[in-house]
Design a protein around this ligand. Sequence first.
Ligand code: AMP
Length: 284
Amino acid sequence: MYLFKSVHQLNHFLKSFYSANQSIGFVPTMGALHQGHLSLMEASLAANDLSICSIFVNPTQFNESSDLEKYPRVPGLDIALLAEIGCDVLFMPPVTEIYPPGIQLASPIPPPSLINVMEGQFRPGHFEGVVQVVKRLLDITQPTRLYMGQKDYQQATIVQWMIENQKLPVELVVCPIEREKDGLAMSSRNVRLQAELRPIAATLYKTLEAVKIRLKADNIESLQHFAINQFRQAGLRPEYFEIINGYTLQPLSIIDTTDLVVACTAVWVGDVRLIDNMILQDPG
Ligand code: AMP
């Protein structure tokens, strides 16, 4: 596996792949890698001539500096995992390579209907930062395919918007959520969950499953009440639980059989914030 820290070195290396028209898969991450991240890399390795992973904890998408400071960083373990799985290139730039002092980066601003709901409502400025870093990383790597997780459903939808809005020549591949045995969605933040909080955290997935089963029989309002009550009874502190149109991210009030219906939620367990989602209805 090649490891590059500078844009210049990476670009120099990639030149021959571009000119030979080789396909490049790109997996952007913030490190502290787990099987969720590795599943994206596996998908990339299976479909492309060259696969690149980036590890960059992007300061512009953190609305709280304490969250940025607490974000887990384990570069040694990450390098070992990526080398073992067969990743071709790891790009691990310092902040000054992504945001060189004095450089003006033009990144598009997605519509408020996409960035001000759900995560955007509780993490102001978060998606502006995500769009900025993903655009910058795509400009640097110029991949054929970009791999992201359904775990961050709103993020994937916004990145798809950006690709279409900017007419970027890249295909977004959204990969399914990898979960622990108890259903908890894998996340770099899970390492901060104390053992006694794990069963409580698992209520998140169990509730999403129960909501999916009840979809046909219940209306949206009662499904929301049900989910919020389940969370509270288990000891989770919900921030939001929304049943949305999976394309527009707007809350649904009634469900049509042709709708892509997704439940998205964020809860606190102890001092750890968890997000999760489930596709409740996919008309295909
Ligand atoms: P992060 O390092 O948290 O920024 O995540 C990097 C990429 O991995 C994003 O596209 C996430 O959606 C994806 N990802 C994170 N957790 C999971 C998971 N449990 N299953 C699948 N993909 C995931």
